[in-house]
Design a binder for this molecule. Sequence first.
Ligand code: PEP
Ligand code: MG
Length: 625
Amino acid sequence: MKVSANSNNFPDSQGYLVDNGKQERIYKGLPASGGIAIGPAYVYEREEVYVVERILSPEEVEVEIQLLDDAMERARAELGKIVSFAHEKLNQDAAAIFESQLLMLDDPEMHKALNKRLRDECKNADFLIHDELEKFRVLFGEAKDELLRDRMADLDEVGQRIMRNLQKKRLHSTVEGEHVIIAEQLTPSDTLLFSRNDVLAYATDVGGITSHAAILSRSLKIPAVTALHGASREIATGDLVILDGQHGLLIVNPTEEHQAEYARKIERIIRLETELADLVDLPCETSDGHKVELSANAEFVNELEFIITQGSKGIGLYRTEHLYIAKGEFPSEQEQYIEYSEIAHSMYPQPVIFRTFDIGGDKLLERGISELNPFLGWRGIRMMLDKTDIFRHQLRAILRASSMKNIKIMFPMISGVAELREVLAVLEEVKAELTEELVPFDEHMEVGLMIEVPSAVFVADELAKMVDFFSIGTNDLVQYLMAVDRNNELIADLYQEFHPAVIRAVKSIIDTGHANGIWVGMCGELAGNPLATVMLLGLGLDEFSMVPSVIPEVKKIIRSTTFEDARTVAANVLRLPLATDVRAYLDTHMRAHYPHLRETLRNGVNSENGTHRNHEDNGDQHATL
Ligand code: PEP
Ligand code: MG
């Protein structure tokens, strides 16, 4: 059934759709994890931990300290189990959420502060924890920044866990049978623990699509909708619901018509997934024989197996920063060499592009450094050119790992020729050093740079003469071209990957690269957005590097089109003046040519790396039901 904008089923601005006269109610939220589920609701209410302030006698203080230690111990044991379970079920990135909670729990400063307050103030431990959490709440305030909000939520969960253990209460994150979990809010542990049961989907009143719970649902491949504005209070356990994770919809007491329609959609998704699985070993070429490369963006060694099963032709962007983030300091040359070699071996003979450290901006500042505009600050290659010892260690590690000849290197945030000259000079010096030391490496290792700073677009002709390839980093290119902070929710609707300025910049980079005889790839999120695939193909992109789970869909689109058609699409897009026009045109094209794909795409949410929300994707979430 189609529901048009003027139908009475269209959402109002509160995210609540008009009751259709029967019992069916449709709520609109944010699409947090793709997929569709139909089943009974289970309304989950976490038992609140209430605390009462008590004054303790000196003897009671000593007992309370012991009770606190015991509660911490139990909380640690619980979290330890959750961490091992997370490692079994999740990728490294998602499991790290629980590791950081464990670190918070073991924070010696927190222990010291609590014990001191207990002795000084003679108050009960659960009250003091509650009080400390309140202080943090005030400190973080109504944080606009999702990272801060997530940090507060993690801290809160750790605090609640200790208080619950102090009060010897148990938590019940289990449910019998297949259900759609409905809750005001889910913590990361709730999300993970419910997944041990036959959970069909998650729907929450509160939360953003880059919140930890949303990231976990995507990692667990459980459909989820969030920001449902109090829907949980209006749903009863046992109500039949349909959750549409692609469009961010929750349908309560659906009509028979909707039930039948969604059952058909589920069937189509299953069929498509089988078809996509069959594509893994087929080449990525259009039906008229134009070949392109599809590769994966990666960050952790344990992602490699999944990348290979998705049919990736190598890694188009390996973000090396995690080595620094995990350690809290720069890793040694040897540590890096071990990791880079393992990746090169596992992917052999497929290529791996290592990007040198891109630290700064949103990617963790060095301690003690505070900048007013970190995204315009000491970031990426700028920092590395100031810290040449660290840069040299990384270059040596990458070169040493390159002897199998399947490694390429690229540099982030290059803004012009002078910077690139400096970088290449260091690279040459390091190569000379290794040659002198008789250390083997690939002397012809391809060298590329990310085009993500607008100035680089305008001097791309000069830059192209100095390297073997370009990789377009649209995540940053969009933010710098449009002057829109990629993490700022206030202006998120201005972050437009389909803005004509972005598309023209992409065309110019590709054309300039080709005119200078080098290949051009893209490793920003746009490369993995199925809506952009045909356009990018037609613009002449040679390599698409993306979140691995999207590879089969993008391959399916490329194999179902002709290069000629793609070129026409690109030419038509280049004539359009507005981002909305571009999206509408590409959407219409997709509907006309790949209707089943458009409807069943699992990856409506293109924000797996949590760096920005693809807000434009939410724009037409109600075009069809
Ligand atoms: C980009 O900017 O498009 C990119 C791929 O790099 P990152 O998201 O790591 O900044
Ligand atoms: Mg970038």
